[in-house]
Design a protein around this ligand. Structure first.
Ligand SMILES: [Zn+2]
Length: 173
């Protein structure tokens, strides 16, 4: 293809997040098929290849294993996400880490080892959720005013927590 140096570059758009769940782990894909899956130009997929997406072998058309596409997208999208500073929890509504109101988090135990820290966003009032482990309770005490929730007050629905968790970085608090 001929170069067209006089055409001004389009301004960089905000990077998209690709839903890896569209990819089937047990299938192999051609570049064209990957492009269709994510509504991309095949050239965009070739750029993924330059950035580390590895074909099964050199035979044409190039084939990419579903598990490799998932690995590539997960890793590149992971690296982009910002980490949450200690003493803060990611707010799904603000899309930013926030210090819970008064630094207070309620601890809801889930089973023997896990827990959820729940606070309130000072900016928007949304519930802040963060997964953690019971072993790290002393550490949370250094950053938050930790309140133990009574067992019967365990949140009945945790899907909001889970969705938020997927949206934010996979941080093991
Ligand atoms: Zn918020």
């Amino acid at each position: 293809m001929a170069e067209r140096p006089n055409i001004p570059r389009r301004p960089r758009r905000k990077r998209r997040t690709y839903n890896v769940r569209l990819v089937r782990r047990d299938l192999s894909y051609e570049i064209r098929e990957i492009a269709e899956l994510f509504s991309l130009h095949p050239q965009a997929v070739r750029r993924w290849q330059q950035r580390g997406l590895t074909p099964i072998d050199e035979r044409r058309p190039l084939l990419f294993h579903g598990s490799e596409i998932i690995r590539f997208l997960s890793e590149t999208q992971q690296g982009r996400k910002k980490s949450v500073p200690p003493g803060q929890i990611y707010c799904c509504a603000c899309r930013a880490p926030r210090r819970p109101v008064n630094g207070v988090v309620e601890v809801h135990r889930r089973g023997r080892t896990k827990l959820i820290l729940i606070g309130v966003c000072p900016e928007c009032g949304t519930r802040l959720n963060r997964f953690g482990s019971i072993a790290k309770l002393p550490e949370y005490g250094n950053h938050f005013a930790v309140r133990e929730a009574a067992p019967e007050r365990l949140p009945a629905r945790c899907d909001a927590v889970d969705k938020c968790h997927l949206a934010k970085e996979t941080e093991h608090a």
